[in-house]
Ligand binder design. Structure first.
Ligand SMILES: Cc1cc2nc3c(=O)[nH]c(=O)nc-3n(C[C@H](O)[C@H](O)[C@H](O)COP(=O)(O)OP(=O)(O)OC[C@H]3O[C@@H](n4cnc5c(N)ncnc54)[C@H](O)[C@@H]3O)c2cc1C
Length: 376
């Protein structure tokens, strides 16, 4: 039975695990990333790549300012394109209540220096001439929001981590833990990874992993389905987010495909990667109601993955009651965009024991009352 030793073991090669590994290895730490499958096989490879500054609290907004700056530097840092672009996010309110939420958020966002404005329906139509504005009350527009391609980002983090001496063990799940002087992680092939510090970044599987250690994390995975169309000439710059209960959100990738999702009501709980029959007709109807020109687009592929939800819609990044064990999960619908900045701060926290900015809204012992993040 082989044993690999390292200073920090990261469980999960999604955006959070790989970003953290990159920043740990950049500080000279011997890091091993373990994944039960391929890189991005969890939520990260199933997401639609949107990046936005438009959150409702200063810590999340500050984190996203840092993340979007880091995304913008990746091409130079990695030596390959991550298909980063800033076509903006246009959030759409079809009720006075949602418009009031946008107004309140915009005040907070502007105070944080974000270039965001409230548009009336005509201004929204001027911005996206294909938009059906029937019933629209207002739009929240930030031209600095954007997109990137998850697999290209993961590839960059892996390359940088390995160049700095880090190692990846893929297609090999952690099946058991033991805590002696160090943590011993027992893998599916019978080998062991031994480390004094471990980060649980296993996305939807994090709660299950932590339970045998006596730690019950407030994480609740839900299924979210997504689809992608054939390539089309570029006509749509922003991500459109329709906040109606039967709304949807989608954007056109730099390569021409339209990629999108909707949030099912009621939620579909559990770790679910199977797809439903109702999604395709629903998403086609919802998207073409908003942009009728999409009526003739062909959908090529449809898949499902998880949002790992928390009661208040904010992630959990913290140490756990078990000395040396850290957690970074509960990313809800925005872990890809948070990933670069969270990975950076998580690495520093693991090494220095303190956050470089206010992370109290992500603490494990916070009050999880619903409602902290209004734009989940
Ligand atoms: C349809 C959809 C659309 C989305 N759109 C967006 C978007 O536009 N923008 C955005 O920011 N976010 C979006 N998200 C959310 C985003 O994908 C997640 O928040 C983010 O990817 C979470 O990353 P993670 O690293 O925490 O988890 P994951 O990517 O799930 O990574 C966890 C990894 O842990 C591994 N693992 C689990 N158990 C074990 C084990 N026992 N041993 C070893 N490895 C293990 C898994 O194989 C997996 O690779 C979307 C999600 C979905 C499903």
């Amino acid at each position: 039975m082989s044993t690999v030793t390292c200073e920090v073991a990261v469980i999960g090669a999604g955006i959070i695990g790989t970003a953290t590994a990159h920043y740990l290895s950049a500080r000279g730490v011997d890091v091993v990333v373990i994944d039960r499958s391929y890189m991005g096989s969890g939520s990260t490879g199933r997401c639609i790549g949107g990046l936005r500054h438009q959150f409702s609290t200063p810590p999340s907004i500050r984190l996203m300012k840092e993340s979007i700056r880091l995304f913008s530097e990746m091409e130079e840092e990695f030596g390959h394109s991550v298909e980063f672009s800033q076509g903006g996010y246009l959030l759409l309110a079809h009720s006075d209540e949602m418009a009031a939420t946008f107004r309140a958020n915009i005040r907070v966002q502007r105070a944080e220096g974000i270039n965001v404005s409230l548009l009336d329906p005509k201004e929204a139509h001027d911005l996206v001439p294909q938009l059906n504005t029937e019933g629209l009350v207002a739009g929240a527009w930030c031209p600095d929001d954007g997109q990137a391609f998850p697999f290209a980002v993961l590839k960059g983090y892996r390359k940088r981590t390995e160049n700095a001496g880090g190692r990846f063990i893929l297609h090999n799940p952690v099946v058991n833990f033991r805590r002696n002087a160090n943590f011993e992680l027992f893998l599916g092939d019978g080998s062991i990874v031994e480390a004094p510090r471990v980060l649980l970044a296993a996305g939807p599987w994090t709660r299950e992993l932590a339970k045998p250690l006596g730690i019950d994390l407030p994480l609740a995975p839900e299924r979210h389905e997504a689809m992608i169309t054939e390539r089309m000439p570029r006509f749509l710059k922003p991500m459109l987010v329709d906040y109606r209960p039967d709304g949807c959100y989608f954007q056109q990738m730099l390569t021409g495909q339209v990629i999108g999702c909707y949030t099912p009501v009621p939620a579909v709980p559990g770790i679910r990667e199977d797809v439903s029959f109702e999604f395709l007709p629903q998403v086609a109807w919802r998207m073409s109601r908003l942009v009728p020109a999409l009526r003739n687009a062909a959908i090529l592929r449809h898949w499902a993955g998880c949002y790992t939800m928390t009661p208040d819609g904010n992630p959990v990044l913290d140490r756990t009651p078990l000395d040396g064990l850290f957690v970074a999960s509960g990313m809800c619908g925005h872990g890809f965009m948070f990933g670069p900045a969270m990975g950076h701060h998580m690495a520093d926290f693991i090494l220095d024991g303190e956050w470089g900015m206010d992370f109290s809204e992500f603490a494990l012992d916070r009050d999880f009352s619903p409602g902290a993040e209004t734009l989940k």
